[in-house]
Ligand binder design. Structure first.
Ligand code: TYD
Length: 137
C-alpha cells in the first residue's frame, strides 16, 4: 500500500442551475463499502489534524466546503494534495500516514470510511508506523 494508490476520485456531478448534486455509492464509485461518515468543521485557523495511519481502514476524504491540504506519506514517499471541490474525493488506502492542514476559514471535511471507529485500527506514533512498515526509523 503506497501513496501511488492514494488518488483523487472524481465523483458523479449532476450540474443544474438550481444547484449541483453529487452522490457516492459504496463499492461502485469508491473501492469500499461505507460503514461510517464523519466530518470536521469549525476548524480554527492554523490547525493541524490527522497525524496517524490506519491498519485496515479505507477512507475517502472530501472538501464539502472550502479547502485544505492532505499530506499522504507511506514512510518512503510523501505528497501534498489540495482539496477544494465537493465532487472530488481523495482515496486513502490502509497503512498510509496522513496529515491535514491549511484549512480555509469555514471549511468542512467529510470522510467516508469502510468501518466503524476502532482505536485499535490506529497507528498514532510515527515510529510505530514506520516499524510496522519495515522502514528505517
Ligand atoms: P482522530 O481520528 O484522531 O481525528 P483527526 O484525525 O481528525 O485529527 O479523532 C479525534 C478524536 O475523536 C479521538 O479521540 C477519537 C474520536 N473519534 C471517534 O470517537 N469516532 C470517530 O469516528 C472518529 C473519526 C474519531
Amino acid at each position: 500500500m503506497d501513496i501511488d494508490k492514494c488518488s483523487i476520485i472524481e465523483l458523479p456531478k449532476i450540474s443544474d442551475p438550481r444547484g449541483n448534486l453529487t452522490f457516492v455509492e459504496g463499492s461502485n464509485h469508491i473501492p469500499f463499502d461505507i460503514r461510517r461518515v464523519y466530518y470536521l468543521y469549525d476548524v480554527p485557523g492554523g490547525a493541524e489534524r490527522g497525524g496517524h495511519a490506519h491498519k485496515a481502514l479505507h477512507q475517502l476524504i472530501i472538501a464539502m466546503s472550502g479547502s485544505f491540504d492532505v499530506v499522504v506519506n507511506d514512510g518512503n514517499k510523501k505528497k501534498r494534495i489540495h482539496l477544494n471541490r465537493s465532487y472530488n474525493g481523495l482515496y486513502v488506502c490502509p497503512m498510509i500516514w496522513r496529515e491535514l492542514d491549511n484549512f480555509s476559514s469555514g471549511s468542512v471535511l467529510m470522510v467516508l470510511a469502510s468501518n466503524v471507529y476502532d482505536e485499535e485500527d490506529y497507528y498514532r506514533d510515527y515510529n510505530d508506523y514506520l516499524s510496522a512498515r519495515g522502514r528505517q526509523i
